[in-house]
Design a protein around this ligand. Structure first.
Ligand code: NAD
Length: 351
């Protein structure tokens, strides 16, 4: 039988993106939905023609635990609630797929990892871009030395969402207690994660400046990640800028432009060689709606990892590392751009 997911939290991303994309998975299926609102859960259970025992509320953990069709719970709620729902799902004996950012603090990430270990279950993070075949191809080319010696990465994840700031899905994103940070943890996390997978390195230090403040979070942020070999990654995120979703990887031989780089559809990469600027070597548009999507591959990666015993491309360790770097960026921005040490084992990482 297919691997059964219960989707927890029926907000914008769950209902507009994840539920419809179960049809693009091969080895996974939607078997239940869990919401604070019983009527909403029943509506989506009907819409997706789920069987009996498929619409639950957050009070129904005992029944969820007893339902053998549910192998995993997919947590798609505001960031600060990820820890609570993840711990509840592990206590019910299920595997967990948790949305990005993994949590709002490193302490919460550690508690979630400890709960996974105690339950003997897997915890995976919803980094869909890791399962984009175009991105995987680019990563493989970069590992093979395509750009030469890496010098500079640039990432921009900018959107203009502030006109919608009173809509429910944006309201909590502009609240530090619920979101952890603002544009940084919501959009900038794609650039931070990409800086790590495109360089195949972890930064050792960061420096950052807040460009715009909204409520008690960053509305826009700019940062630099420093690598041990001298390369740097410059990143920016914004809730109040012209839209831009772009990654660039610049080496001493070639330059790869990925635009869009972390979009839902049609991510594209181009290789420019020898610094001549327009030597157009490959361009790979991928993905028609509802065929071979990132989400189908992402959903199938959890059962594949459980079956093989090999980690997926989106482990909780990945999620925890990004939360560490986000915390360091917030700290630097709050201290006039001071250099914050982020090498593995540095003191800040324990906070
Ligand atoms: P949303 O506000 O539309 O949905 C959140 C849902 O959680 C709502 O239905 C809300 O009722 C529910 N919820 C449960 N407990 C809650 C609580 N204590 N307080 C408030 N709401 C509570 O938000 P969204 O855009 O669907 O984002 C949800 C999560 O998904 C976030 O972590 C976000 O970062 C992530 N996300 C990921 C992607 C991606 O591409 N991977 C895209 C969008 C959102």
């Amino acid at each position: 039988r297919k691997f059964g997911y219960a989707v927890l939290g029926l907000g914008k991303y769950a209902t507009e993106v994840i539920l419809p994309n179960f049809s693009t998975a091969e080895n996974s299926e939607l078997v239940a939905v869990i919401s604070g609102d019983k009527a909403k859960a029943e509506f989506y259970a009907r819409k997706y023609k789920l069987g009996p025992n498929s619409a639950y509320t957050y009070k129904d953990w005992a029944a969820i635990a007893r339902n053998p069709a549910i192998d995993a719970v997919y947590v798609i709620t505001p960031n600060a609630t990820h820890r609570h729902f993840t711990e509840a799902a592990f206590a019910a004996g299920k595997h967990v797929m948790c949305e990005k950012p993994m949590a709002t603090t490193v302490e919460d990430c550690d508690a979630m990892a400890a709960a996974a270990k105690k339950a003997g279950k897997q915890l995976m993070i919803g980094y869909r871009v890791h399962f984009d075949p175009m991105t995987r191809d680019v990563i493989a080319q970069l590992k093979a030395g395509q750009v030469g010696k890496l010098q500079l990465i640039q990432t921009a994840n900018l959107e203009n969402q502030l006109p919608d700031r009173d809509l429910p899905y944006l309201k909590w994103r502009l609240n530090r207690a619920m979101a952890g940070s603002g544009s940084l943890g919501d959009l900038g996390i794609y650039g931070i994660n990409a800086s790590r997978y495109l360089s195949n390195q972890d930064p050792i230090a960061v420096r950052a400046h807040e460009i715009m403040h909204v409520n008690d979070v960053d509305g826009a942020m700019s940062w630099t990640l420093y690598y041990a070999n001298g390369a740097v990654a410059e990143g920016a995120s914004s809730f109040g800028s012209a839209g831009c979703n772009r990654f660039a990887v610049i080496g001493d031989k070639n330059y790869v432009e990925i635009q869009p780089g972390s979009s839902y559809y049609n991510n594209q990469a181009r290789l420019f060689s020898n610094g001549h600027g327009n030597d157009h070597i490959f361009q790979q548009p991928y993905f028609q709606k509802f065929t071979a999507t990132q989400w189908g591959h992402q959903l199938d990666a959890l059962p594949a990892s459980i079956a093989s015993g090999k980690p997926s491309a989106a482990t909780w360790q990945e999620g925890r590392r990004d939360v560490q770097i986000i915390s360091a960026i917030v700290r630097s921005a709050g201290n006039n751009g001071e250099l914050v040490d982020v090498h593995e084992g540095a003191d800040w990482a324990q906070q």
